[in-house]
Write a new protein. Structure first.
Ligand code: PEP
Length: 252
């Protein structure tokens, strides 16, 4: 049985004070939730303060990105070890905004997955097709490349620290989510593909999250699909009133 995971990606939003206030609200709002892993990813500058605010709760902290080197002359970058030092247990890797705006390649993302898992942290590897790719019926080819290249050289052992987030680019921040059937079709495909890469047993344990305009009113339908093990949430993670019902919805 895969344990559900719901992660909030706060992107480039919230001052330290605002982030701590949201963390306080979430901490109170999930005090009785024991059957869902909950993760929040604030901006780097708020990580330590949010980590402190979350002490004593089950909510885990994530970095939104990282650089694959541990230290050195890499101005502006943050390493997995520093994220760990700031209290993170997860790192989001390969988000579509990083792929598109910062032109990150699968090869570079692969280095990050390796660096994150080597540090003992969990990598949330994001994959997803654009609308054009979907319309051209390239969805499965694109995802195959992103998964195979992104996970190149990752051992079955390390795969225990990997979570996949399927985020169709056309659904991110658009208010247009994939239908449960569309999402389930892709998740099922991904699990089979992962089985070819790391074996059916490992693939069976692997959590595959859906991301893309998840809201309180569509979470239940999406997350009750057989191969959908939780959600990566952007916009609806910025207010406790929006995020808590997603976390608390009836998960399988
Ligand atoms: C995201 O950025 O990962 C995301 C899923 O955003 P949203 O929920 O706003 O579509």
């Amino acid at each position: 049985m895969r344990r559900p995971l719901v992660a909030g990606n706060w992107k480039l939003h919230k001052t330290i004070a605002e982030a701590v206030a949201l963390a306080d609200e979430l901490k109170e709002g999930i005090a009785d939730v024991t059957d869902v892993d909950i993760v929040v990813a604030p901006v780097f500058t708020a990580l330590a303060a949010v980590g402190k605010a979350l002490e004593g709760s089950s909510i885990a902290l994530a970095g939104q990105n990282c650089y694959p080197e541990a230290k050195g002359a890499f101005t502006g970058e943050v390493s997995p070890s520093l994220l760990k030092d700031a209290g993170c247990r997860y790192v989001i890797v390969g988000h579509s905004e990083r792929r598109r705006i910062f032109t990150e390649s699968d090869a570079f993302i692969n280095l990050k997955v390796k660096a994150v898992t080597a540090e003992g942290l969990n990598a949330i590897l994001c994959v997803g097709e654009t609308l054009e790719e979907r319309n051209d019926e390239k969805t499965f080819d694109i995802l195959t490349d992103q998964i195979k290249n992104g996970l190149q050289g990752i051992s079955a052992e390390m795969m225990r620290q990997v979570i996949i987030a399927y985020e169709p680019v056309w659904a991110i921040g658009t208010g247009r989510n994939a239908t449960p059937a569309q999402a389930q079709e892709v998740h099922c495909f991904l699990r089979r593909l992962l089985g070819e890469i790391c074996g059916a047993n490992t693939a069976d344990q692997l959590r595959i999250l859906y991301g893309g305009s998840v809201k309180a009113d569509n979470a239940d339908e999406l997350l009750s699909q057989r191969d959908i093990d939780g959600a990566l949430v952007g916009g609806a993670s910025l207010r406790a009133a929006d995020f808590l019902p997603i976390v608390r919805h009836r998960l399988k």
